[in-house]
Design a protein around this ligand. Structure first.
Ligand code: ADP
Length: 548
């Protein structure tokens, strides 16, 4: 067995390039050299004495060994700067411990492989000593390996195996860097991800594999790492051998020995796919916001439509009550005056004529009202059509104005027609357009007080004819202007309610639209209103009728 122990010690000595390697058994009575490699052990007499006292008083650790004056002189005799003392086997009963002692340059400077070898062989030595001890004494000792040894045993046996399984099987990049940031080790799948063999990456600096854009960030993360006892997380894009960019999230932690950082352990997870998803999410985000905005607009549109429908219903019931009133007033006159004529045969002819005139006018008013309602039902059913023919719009306006002269005169309103042109031809529905201007002039007279003026102006434009119906009447409040072409809409004028149904302007707009013309309104409350109608001009055609 001693031969085996000597061989093991020899391997340790070679692997660690130790100047002197001892296996020293110390108990409370003596210290005994089990095996040694290298320098003459006599040179180490003082050192052994010190260890003996230390073992039997406060115990031995690296720090206590390093601080011994005797060790310092011995180590300088041997030409090494440090010593590694490690209890590898102890038997409680006998207070006996076997120490592995290496006189070597700083153990801290060993690479991982050397450390692994050292720990593995220390473990082997421990087993060999156990067997030798049992052989010698012929009985089994309840031996106990020091706490530190238990840990290291686990590391070199189960833990190491498990660790290497993880190391080799993981899809993540697992690596060890030295204290300069160069790769000591990297797992195969990690290296493969970057299209390298692990050996090729060994000794290369981590930053060599980082994309140019991320180099500064990674350097900053390394600085944070050095100053932190806790693991640090950072993201970086690495560049593979074939210049493929791989996005990774790293968890790194420094490896500290004493108070010196000797390297770094890191795991990197490939988040390229995740990043693509994130980018996709970010790309879709504005679309989502846009979609939400559209939904919001749709919602408020529906809300608006709902309130429009509600408003229409309100206007409709108002219309019903207005229209009943509009019917009742002329009917009351007609019935009243007819009754008077019938019941009083002595009524003078003069009065009879006057009453007949009233009956006639009220009858006409009723007829107009019925026509308006019929027009409205046609508009609602989209049944209204226009029959176009070529006609002189100036001539048509002249007739409409003439028809309204009497009503204007009765009200004391001056009705003027400014027409610097003798004739302007258009293709349109003469009767319907006459109804349009009749309605506008009617309104102008209706909403203009005595001594006011209503003016109709015709402007001959380049391609269009512009007809302006302007009055000096009561005007329309600005807030009502956008709604006056809506069905049943009537400007409310508290105190001075003027009869009406709110359908005249709907008809106007509908007919002008069917002619592909334009209607607009300008008004100032108290100062008057101007309606402007634009229609496409045509050239004079002898006789031509077009139906649309
Ligand atoms: P109405 O039968 O009530 O006159 P209209 O559709 O012709 O219905 O007009 C809608 C509303 O526009 C009227 O209630 C009126 O208040 C306003 N309006 C139309 N023309 C004029 C005008 N020339 N001056 C002032 N208000 C007008």
């Amino acid at each position: 067995m001693t031969g085996l122990i000597d061989n093991t010690l020899f391997i340790i000595s070679k692997a660690t390039k130790s100047r002197a390697t001892l296996l020293l058994k110390i108990n409370n009575l003596e210290d005994r050299l089990i095996s040694f490699i290298g320098e003459n052990p006599d040179k180490l007499k003082n050192f052994r004495n010190t260890l003996f006292h230390l073992h039997n008083s406060s115990g031995i650790d690296n720090e206590s060994v390093r601080n011994l004056p005797s060790f310092k002189s011995i180590s300088s005799d041997l030409g090494v700067s440090s010593c590694y003392v490690k209890p590898i086997f102890s038997v409680n009963e006998r207070n006996e411990t076997v120490y592995l002692i290496l006189f070597t340059d700083e153990i801290d400077k060993y690479d991982q492989i050397t450390k692994d070898i050292l720990l593995s062989f220390a473990n082997i030595l421990s087993n060999q000593l156990k067997e030798a001890d049992e052989e010698q004494s012929g009985k089994r000792y309840d031996f106990l390996v020091s706490e530190e040894t238990v840990d290291e045993k686990l590391i070199t046996e189960n833990w190491k195996e498990n660790f290497y399984n993880v190391w080799n099987l993981s899809d993540d990049i697992i690596f060890l860097l030295d204290n300069d940031g160069c790769f000591l080790k990297i797992n195969s799948s990690g290296a493969l991800l970057l299209n390298y063999h692990p050996e090729e990456m060994k000794g290369k600096h981590f930053l060599e594999f980082v994309s140019d854009e991320n180099k500064a960030d990674v350097s900053a993360a390394f600085t944070r790492l050095i100053h932190s006892a806790e693991p640090i997380t950072f993201k970086a894009d690495l560049k593979s051998r074939i210049d493929k960019i791989i996005s990774l999230e790293f968890n790194g932690k420094t490896i500290v020995k004493g108070n010196k950082i000797i390297g770094m352990f890191g795991i990197g997870k490939d988040i390229s796919q995740l990043k693509i998803f994130e980018e996709e999410i970010n790309r879709l985000k504005p679309k989502l916001t846009e979609a939400q905005r559209i939904v919001e607009i749709e919602r408020s549109r529906v809300q608006n439509q709902k309130s429009i429908v509600e408003e229409l219903n309100r206007l409709k019931s108002e219309f019903v009550s207005n229209i009943s009133h509009e019917f009742r007033t002329p009917l009351a006159s007609i019935i009243g005056f007819s009754e008077t004529i019938v019941s009083d045969p002595d009524l003078p002819d003069e009065m009879k004529n006057e009453f007949n005139n009233v009956i006639l006018n009220e009858g006409k008013r009723l007829a107009k009202l019925i026509n308006d309602i019929l027009d409205l039902s046609k508009i609602e059913g989209h049944k209204i059509t226009i029959i176009k023919r070529n006609f002189d719009v100036v001539q048509m306006l002249k007739k409409v104005i003439f028809k309204n002269k009497a009503a204007a005169g009765e009200k004391g309103v001056v009705l003027n027609f400014e027409r610097p042109y003798d004739e302007i031809f258009i293709d349109g529905d003469k009767e319907k357009l006459a109804q349009v201007f009749d309605a506008l002039i009617n309104n102008a007279i209706k909403f203009t007080n005595e001594q006011g003026r209503v003016k109709i102006i015709v402007n001959n434009l380049f391609k269009e004819v512009e007809i302006v119906v302007s009055d000096t009447g009561i005007g329309i409040p600005e807030k009502d202007l956008p709604y006056i072409f809506q069905k049943f809409y009537r400007v409310s004028r508290p105190g001075t309610e003027i009869p009406g149904t709110g359908i005249g302007l709907v008809f106007v707009k509908q007919i002008i639209d069917l002619h592909k013309g334009l209607v607009s309104v300008q008004s100032e409350l108290g100062n008057g209103t101007t309606f402007i109608i634009k229609l496409l001009k045509s050239i004079r055609v002898n006789k031509n009728e077009v139906e649309t």
